[in-house]
Design a protein. Structure first.
Length: 172
């Protein structure tokens, strides 16, 4: 196991598991697949099932340090990997797409929020956006999606804008 100080984390990398959405695939299954490929264990830190349940991968439990992953070649010592179940269909196993369920999306936001508390300043990216990556993973623009999540959080509700504009008229 290789542990790195929390201060090294620059990226939160989003992945899909590249498993068929029709299948039921757990973190334990991914662990077995990764071991067959020569990894010591599952390469991701977090795994999100279609149901939205969150399963642990690489060790994140030690204060001040994290276990380096095996999910983004050349960037594993400076990133945390979050993977969601799915990403391909049985009929088109070489064509990735954004198969996240609403429950997976909510869980992903929850994990990213927790990771940003622990690793302030880390940037959310898709696997395909990492240096040297030749992949479709995670099947969507993760950085753009996260920017949109943040924009919606920071937006004022339409009704508050309306009330403020009406109040301005009364104050004159």
């Amino acid at each position: 196991m290789s542990y790195k100080p929390d201060g090294q984390v620059k990226y939160i990398v989003i992945h899909y598991s590249a498993t068929a959405v029709e299948d039921d695939v757990s973190a334990e299954d991914i662990d077995r697949m990764h071991k067959r490929r020569g990894f010591r264990e599952i390469g991701y830190h977090w795994y999100i099932r279609k149901s939205g349940s969150i399963e642990m991968g690489r060790d994140m439990s030690q204060p001040g340090r994290f276990e380096a992953g095996a999910h983004s070649k050349g960037e594993n010592s400076i990133s945390v990997g979050i993977c969601f179940e799915g990403g391909v269909r049985k009929a088109a196993m070489n064509t990735g797409f954004d198969s996240r369920t609403p429950a997976q999306t909510r869980a992903m936001i929850e994990i990213i929020d927790k990771m940003l508390e622990r690793f302030p300043g880390a940037v959310v990216r898709g696997h395909r956006d990492m240096p040297g990556a030749a992949t479709q993973c995670p099947g969507f623009d993760a950085a753009g999606w996260w920017d949109e999540v943040q924009r919606k959080r920071n937006a004022r509700p339409w009704w508050l804008t309306l009330i403020n504009s009406l109040l301005k008229g009364f104050r004159k």
